[in-house]
Design a protein around this ligand. Structure first.
Ligand SMILES: O=C(O)CCC(=O)C(=O)O
Ligand SMILES: [Fe+2]
Length: 581
């Protein structure tokens, strides 16, 4: 039998060296093994084939020197050498370990569970105290638990860099996941990247984006990690986030990617003090916290803001809270976190920008009289009592310039941080951005605040819709129920001369920007059709509009309108008990 020629071999791709080798030599006494045996045989890569051992069978065990086949014709065939395949030594070891561990486990079970008479019957009198049979596994289990905890702590405390670490700062060369204008994660420099505006940022689902995961060679920015890990606060801020201003004060630095508006990924990062408060801060919020507390340095940056702590005593406050909680009839609220308000005195008509003649003057209740600030020398024209459950806020606004002159606010119940912001349109920023300055003012209970001068006319004030405040030292303070009493004095002549075209309704009217026109402008800017009732009622809504900041805050408008409308109705019906304390 000759070996396959080159052509035959080429024509028969399934043949291999094994078949060739086994069929080599013309004097081969027996035919080559059938092809089917070679089809799936492994190639030998040029090495001489080792004959495979025959399959063992019972009969072959009885005839140790014979091959395995029971066919008698096999007797003619030369006995095939019994193969002695090398069994790796570790298999022996494995088997020994298996036997040993099974035996140990069996001994353990006997030791742990077999009653001592049985052990004695077996002649075993000396064995370790069986207390150890439980103690040792318990120790091991707890050790494993402690190892897990220790690893987690090591991960957090040692391996995780503090946000203030220099190593968390990234530059343009960093491999950081960036996102485009549509919120898609992109490799830096890949394709057109549209800059993300603040408005767009407020629309994007940041948590979703950073949860998606990134390319293996890229990092999620540190601030993105914070978003995912500590993003709960964001949800509470969702409705308010686009109202948050930013500031470029040089005594602060950025955490996460260093970016400005339109930076690497177009998101302005929140700047924080050098403290771990940053951990709690969501990335897309564009302001920093700078709570001004009364034991702090400068009292207030907003000029004209005056403040008197402990305007009333705690026992007086307690009586007032009892009245607010049990005697006043508040409007129905749709959500648990809706601000509610009750008006006394004149009611302002936002259509005519004057006192609403349809709503009769509501005399001040007795409990209110001692709370009226004496500085103005006469009673306020309007007093507004407001209730803020935790999570409620008030959007950034200036109280209407033409209608009101002096403003005071008394805080009761929970402390809250009120934010004041000042916008210098078109002046600041390297790219001619609008520059904003913000000041957080902590309002403790029983304190009276007066907004006069610039803080009254040129600074907007707001309370963020959330359940906790971050203080200057990084403390997170939970909010509780808060009440405020706002006192307003009507402005003589109904004209304001401040000339602030951004915030002053008189200046805007003089410029020809009528209310209706501002609605249209807002619609164009936001793509939102103003609701029918928005033009009719809603104090805070109108205030927000008069502030003319062009930012839509539909969530606020809707709840404010509902609140105010209900409240006006209830006032008209005269169903508010005005009993003295
Ligand atoms: O709740 C406060 O302290 C202030 C409320 C306010 O700004 C307003 O009613 O215009
Ligand atoms: Fe206000």
């Amino acid at each position: 039998m000759s070996s396959l020629s080159d052509e035959e071999e080429a024509a028969d791709p399934l043949s291999d060296n094994q078949s060739n080798a086994s069929s080599s030599g013309d004097d081969e006494p027996f035919p080559p093994p059938p092809l089917s045996q070679n089809y799936f045989a492994p190639p030998f890569y040029g090495r001489p084939p080792t004959p495979l051992p025959p399959s063992p069978s019972l009969t072959s065990l009885l005839r140790p020197s014979r091959p395995t086949t029971p066919d008698p014709s096999d007797d003619e065939i030369e006995p095939v050498q019994r193969a002695s395949p090398k069994i790796p030594t570790y298999e022996y070891y494995g088997f020994v370990v298996y036997l040993f561990s099974s035996l140990t486990f069996l001994i353990y079970l006997l030791w742990a569970y077999l009653p001592s008479p049985f052990l004695h019957a077996l002649g075993i009198y000396y064995y370790p105290n069986r207390w150890w049979a439980l103690a040792i596994p318990s120790f091991i289990t707890m050790l494993i638990v402690y190892i897990y905890v220790a690893l987690a702590l090591y991960n957090t405390e040692v391996l995780t860099l503090p946000l203030t670490s220099i190593e968390t700062i990234v530059d343009e060369a960093a491999k950081i996941a960036t996102i485009d204008g549509g919120g898609r994660i992109r490799l830096k420099g890949a394709g057109e990247r549209k800059q993300i505006t603040e408005e767009m940022a407020s629309e994007l689902d940041w948590k979703g984006i950073w949860n998606k995961g990134t390319d293996a060679v890229m990092d999620v920015p540190l601030a993105g990690v914070c978003e995912v890990l500590y993003g709960d606060q964001v949800d509470e801020d969702e409705e308010q986030r686009h109202d948050e201003p930013h500031s470029d004060t040089p005594d602060k630095y950025y955490v996460g990617s260093i970016t400005h508006s339109g930076g690497q990924d177009g998101i302005r990062r929140k700047k924080t003090r050098e403290s771990n408060t940053a951990t709690y801060l969501p990335i897309h919020i564009t302001s920093h916290y700078r709570s001004q507390q009364y034991n702090g340095r400068a009292p207030h940056k907003a000029p004209g803001l005056k403040f008197q702590a402990d305007f009333i005593t705690p026992s007086h406050e307690a009586k007032l809270l009892h009245i607010f909680q049990h005697e006043l009839q508040w409007p129905e609220s749709k959500k648990d976190s809706t601000r509610l308000s009750l008006h006394y005195g004149h009611t302002f008509d936002y259509k005519t920008f004057g006192v609403d003649p349809d709503i009769p003057y509501k005399p001040f209740p007795e409990w209110l009289r001692p709370l009226i600030p004496a500085e103005e020398g006469r009673d306020p024209d309007q007093v507004c009592l407001q209730y803020y459950p935790p999570g409620a806020g008030i959007p950034p606004h200036v109280d209407t310039h033409s209608a009101f002159d002096q403003l005071y606010a008394l805080s009761l119940g929970s402390a809250v941080v009120m934010q004041f912001r000042h916008t210098k349109a078109g002046e600041g920023g390297a790219n001619g951005e609008t520059e904003r300055e913000t000041v957080d003012v902590d309002l403790p209970p029983r304190s009276m605040m007066q907004m006069s001068g610039d803080s009254r006319l040129h600074w907007e004030h707001s309370i963020k819709k959330r359940k906790k405040d971050v203080l200057a030292d990084g403390t997170i303070r939970m909010r509780a129920d808060r009440w405020s009493i706002t006192y307003r004095w009507l402005r003589h002549g109904g004209e304001c001369g401040c000339g602030d075209e951004r915030l002053c309704d008189t200046a805007q009217r003089r410029k020809g920007v009528e209310r209706e026109y501002r609605w249209k402008q807002q619609k164009q800017e936001n793509g939102v059709e103003p609701r029918e009732e928005e033009g009719k009622t809603g104090a805070a809504n109108q205030e927000a509009q008069v502030s003319g900041n062009g930012e839509s805050n539909d969530e606020y408008k809707r709840s404010d309108i509902l609140t105010e409308t209900t409240e006006l109705d209830s006032l008209k019906n005269g169903n508010i008990p005005l009993s003295p304390p």
